[in-house]
Design a protein around this ligand. Sequence first.
Ligand SMILES: [Zn+2]
Length: 674
Amino acid sequence: MNPLLLKFDTAPFSQIKNEHFKPAFLRAIENARAEIDAIIDNLDAPTFENTIEALEFAGQQLDRVSSVFFNLNSAETNEDIQQIAQEVSPLLSEFSNDITLNLDLFQRIKSVYDQKDALNLSPEQQTLLEKKYKSFSRNGANLSEDKKKRLREIDAELSKLKLTFGENILAETNKYEMHLTDEADVDGLPEGEKEAATQLAESKDKEGWLLTLDHPSYIPFMKYAENRELRKELSLAFASKGFHGDALDNQENVLKIANLRHERANVLGYETHAHFVLEERMAETPEKVREFLNELLHKAKPAAEREFKQLEDFAKELDGIDRLEKWDGSYYSEKLKQKLFDLDDEKLKPYFKLENVIAGVFKVAEKLFGLRFEEVSDIDTYHEEVKTYRVYDDTNNFLSLFYADFHPRKGKRGGAWMTSYKPQYKKDGENVRPHISNVCNFTRSTSTKPSLLTFNEVTTLFHEFGHALHGMLANTLYPSLSGTSVYWDFVELPSQVMENWCYEQEALELFATHYKTDAPIPMELIKKIKDSATFQEGMQTLRQLSFGLLDMSWHGTDPSNITDVKTNENLAFEGTKLYPETSETCMTTAFAHIFQGGYSSGYYSYKWAEVLDADAFAYFKEKGIFNKEVATKFKDNVLSKGGTENPMVLYKRFRGAEPKVEALLKRAGLFENH
Ligand SMILES: [Zn+2]
C-alpha cells in the first residue's frame, strides 16, 4: 500500500519511500480529474454548491501529496527527490492548464457568476466565487478564439524574452572578473573576504585575488576595499550589466517585454499591465501606487538629504573626498556606522540562546492571543531535528500542529520560511485544524556553546512565526481563502508586525538573558539595536522608492511612447537622486525582479508592507504592546480571516482607519524634528 494514498491526518513521513511519490502523484491527478469531470457532468443546473464549492474541494488528495513532497524538496531533499520534482512538475502544470482552459467548466462557473447578486452569498462566498471566476477570465476564458490565439502567442514570446533577459545578465556576470595581484589592492577587506578572493583565484589557476560580480564577492569589496579606483571599476561593471550595446544588451528585450505585457493587458480588457496586476492587490490601481510612492518620497526626502550630507562630510573629513560617488556610498556608510554604534553580533549573541528565543516567541503569543504550545514526541517527522508542538487556545481547544525545523542541513535550501502540511477549513460541520511549519537555517550549537542567534536571526524567527500565527489562527470556511492565502501586498503584515516586539524592552526582558549568567540584556544594548536599525533609513527609503517608481514607469502607462531605455530611467529616478549621475550605467537592463521574476507592478509592495506593519504596531504601542483588546482585534479581523474579504476592509475593521505613512516615518526616525 502507498502511504501517501491512504487517508492520513499527520503526514506519515517515516513510512514514505521515494518510490511512493510518482505513483501517488499519478493516481491523485487521475482522481482530481475525475472529481472535476463529475462537476462538469452534473445534470443539475449549476449552483454555488454543486460548482464553486465542489471545485474548491476537488483535488484535496493531490494537495496533500503535493505539500508533503514539495515541503520535503525544500527542507530535506536529495537527488532522487529532485529528479522526481523534474518529472512531476510538468504533469502538475499540464493538469492545472487543463482546468483553466476547460470551457465546459468555465461555462458552469460563469453561469453562477452571472447570477451572483441573486444568490444571497456571504462575503466569504462572494470572495470565493470572484476568485474562481477570475482565475479563468484573467487567463482569457471570455475571449474570442482570435484573441485567445494572440494571448498564447504573447505568452510564448514573453517567456522566451524573459529567459533571454535572465541569460544575458548571467552571462554578463560570469564574463566579468577583476584579477588583483598586488596585496595593497585588497587592503581593508576582512581576512575571510581576502581568503575567499584567493580561493576564487586558485580555482581558476591564478595567483592573487579574484573579484566577480556575484553578490558574495561584490558586496564586501564595495563595503571594505580602500582602493577607490578599484571600487569604481567594480561598481561600474556591476551597474552596467546588459547595457554595452553588444549581443548581451537587454535594452531591446526590455522594450519588447514592456510592450507585450501592455498588449496582453489590453487584450484582456485592462488599460495597462499595472491595472491588470493590481486588480488583485490591496493597492488596487496604478494611481494609488504612484500616490503612495510619491507621498513617501516627499516625506522621506529631507531626511535622506540630511543623511547624505552627513555621509559626504564624514568622507571629506576622513579622506578628503570632494565629490561622493556611488562607489563610495557603501564604504563610508560602513565606517560611519562603526563609528556611531560600535555594535556587532558577538556582543548580542550571548543574550539570544535559541531555546530562550523560542520560549520568548511562545510567551509573546500567549500574552497576545492566549496560545499554549505543548512540545510532543508522538508526531511523525522527516528528520530527528524537527520539533513538534500541539497548540491550544485560551479555552484549551486544539488549534494547530506546529513543526519547527531550525538548523541548516545538506538537503535544506537556504533562507527561512513558513509552510503548511494541511490547510484549515470547515466542512460537514467540522473545523479542520491546520498543520503549520517553520523552517530556518540558524547557527547550530557546538560542543562548547549552545545555539546563539544573531539579532538578525532573532527577527527572522519572529517574522516566520508571524506567518505561522496567520496559519495557526485561521478560521475560515474554504481552504483557498485560509491563513496566508491573501493578496501578496498584505501577506507580510502578520510577519513583519511580529518583528516589532524584538525591539521592545517589555518583550525582550521575557527572554533575552545571558546564556551563562542569566543576566538580562542591558538597556544600553537595546537602545543601540534600535538606533542602528534606522541608520540611513532615509537614503534606503529613497532607493526603494526609486525602484518602485521605475517599475511603475514601465508598467503603469503605455510603454510604446518610450523610445530610449536610459532616458526613461532618468525620468523615473529624477526625484530620488542623491549621487552624481553616471551615463555608462543602467538599472533597467538588469532589473530581474520586474523583467524576469514576478515583481512587475509589485515592487512598491516592500514599502507598502512596512507602512502596514508600522501603522498596525503603532496601535499596539499606543495601548500597550501586550494589550489584549488590540491583540484580539488583530486576531479576529486579520489573522483568523485569511483572504475571505478585501484586505483594506479587514484592516480598517482592526485599526478603525486606513493605514497612514506617518507611523513608518516616525519609527524610521524620518521626521524633520528628529
Ligand atoms: Zn515573510
